[in-house]
Design a protein around this ligand. Sequence first.
Ligand code: 5BU
Length: 283
Amino acid sequence: MSSITLQTYASRAAKQPNAAAKALLECIERKQSNLCVSVDVTNKQDLLDVCDAVGPDVCLVKTHIDIVEDFDIDLVQQLTALSQKHDFLIFEDRKFADIGNTASLQYSSGVHKIASWSHITNAHLVPGPGVISGLAKVGQPLGRGLLLLAEMSSAGALTKGSYTQACVDEAKKDTTGFVCGFIAMSRVDEREGPNTERDLLILTPGVGLDVKGDAMGQQYRTPDQVIRESGCDVIIVGRGIYGALMTEEGKADKKAAFDKVRQQGSRYKKAGWEAYLARLGQK
Ligand code: 5BU
């Protein structure tokens, strides 16, 4: 079998056993979008408005639900309604990192009840594979998916070498079926040749077309570098899309700012899809 990087999203969807990963691959194909928007805003209405604005262009919305100051359960109900209206999945970027028992409680309970609305979430492998079984106990019966944080985008990240390899090994030998991929900067599952064992998704943050980084260690690469050169599957873009809302100008004229948000959404969608077609040799 050939490298995952040469297979279409549609052909991968057809054989994907994890329900959330399958739904994501199908959505990518249907919308011709491998764009995930990261909506890191701190109030409920802005979060919903950004999702409504870019919804038509994305396959996935990524949240940090704990930064929302006026969080309530209505927010997740409205977000879920938007995911149905615009046909996208939801990924809570929770980065679980505790022992299995605690992680499973953090995932199922508390104010956020993440497992009840988030199709995909992620975890560090720092605690060992118990974090996978703890989360799987909650997420697997609900048809959710888990990404392991194999590589991070920030400068000086310790997610490298044998740590990254351990994430790949655990994902490949996961028997729960709950692990469906990685957050990574490269095709980490194919370092030693094509991955013919188990299809795994690679979602990649640190994507920007206009700047190279921020003042706190973030590092950006272009959609082409991420999808075509590095063989990743989904680009995750935050400030590159919603950034106009954060400026003084944007705060003063929200309508104009949302027009920019929509423009950036379609710009990144196009760039991500062109990079995918180029990877397949179709462009
Ligand atoms: P940005 O505005 O495009 O820089 O936002 C990137 C988002 O992706 C933000 O929510 C981060 O928490 C998230 N992220 C990241 O930037 N790098 C990583 O390695 C991981 C997550 Br994991």
